[in-house]
Design a protein around this ligand. Structure first.
Ligand code: URA
Length: 244
């Protein structure tokens, strides 16, 4: 029996079933905020429900709202390209958004909408149990870091965070939509993506079971990569609250 101060982790198949059921019972019919009235479909999230790497974007756009799938428009194509650059596909990761419904005209999420939807994202994170959460842009980064610094300042700098009982490495990058037409930002995004495989291999990312199984105990753990120090850089003039 597990000691009383530790938690056992449900097997992946059980968590996957629970995630599906959570989406069905609580997200697909969600009316927690007025965005429910204007949506075509709720965009719950998709990918590997046991992924080591989870992406969190901002909110569905026109195409996502139509298809019910995150990142299927132009920004999604860039996300696919960036993933391919590090040898991954969408099937290897889980992709979700801060908001599960499209804001009208793709406007920025409102604080009340974020607050209403936040519980869905937290439940997704607790069920997927990723090692690394890569936040795409300002909204996801500020929500999950709980810090006010904008993406221009923090992109490419990992931050260990605790979400409930789960320790995760938060890794903010620019939003692909912001990089679509800005070659310099696109190059930076690709550079930041290039660090993801190493971050996922970092045991300090901490998504290991809190009660390690025998295989986990047998595995020899590599030395954790040192977290990169955050340089004291001034926020670029004109930093927006939006995507970058
Ligand atoms: N932008 C996002 O933030 N999320 C999507 O799903 C699509 C575009």
């Amino acid at each position: 029996m597990a000691p009383p101060d530790t938690l056992t982790v449900a097997p992946a198949a059980e968590r996957a079933r629970e995630l599906e059921q959570y989406h069905r019972d609580h997200v697909l019919g969600c009316v927690r905020c007025p965005l429910a009235e204007g949506r075509t479909q709720v965009v719950t999230g998709n990918g590997d429900p046991d992924a080591d790497l989870m992406f969190v974007g901002e909110a569905p756009g026109y195409h996502e709202d139509r298809q019910g799938v995150p990142f299927v428009g132009q920004a999604g194509r860039l996300l696919d390209e960036l993933l391919a650059g590090i040898g991954l596909t969408r099937d290897d990761v889980f992709v979700a958004n801060v908001l599960k419904c499209r804001p009208p005209g793709n406007r920025d999420p409102l604080p009340a909408e974020i607050a209403a939807c936040e519980g869905h994202l937290h439940r997704q994170v607790r069920l997927v149990r990723p090692r690394v959460i890569c936040t795409l842009g300002n909204f996801a980064t500020k929500l999950l870091s709980g810090r006010p610094e904008g993406i221009s300042r923090v992109h490419g700098h990992e931050l260990p965070i605790r979400l409930g009982e789960l320790e995760v490495l938060l890794y903010p990058v620019f939003h692909p939509a912001a990089a679509l037409y800005t070659p310099a930002m696109r190059a930076t995004l690709a550079e930041d993506f290039a660090r993801l495989p190493a971050l996922m291999a970092t045991p300090a990312a901490g998504a290991a079971p809190l009660v390690p199984g025998p295989e986990a105990e047998a595995a020899s753990e590599p030395e954790p990569a040192p977290a990169r120090a955050r340089p004291e850089v001034p926020a670029p003039a004109g930093e927006q609250l939006g995507l970058f």
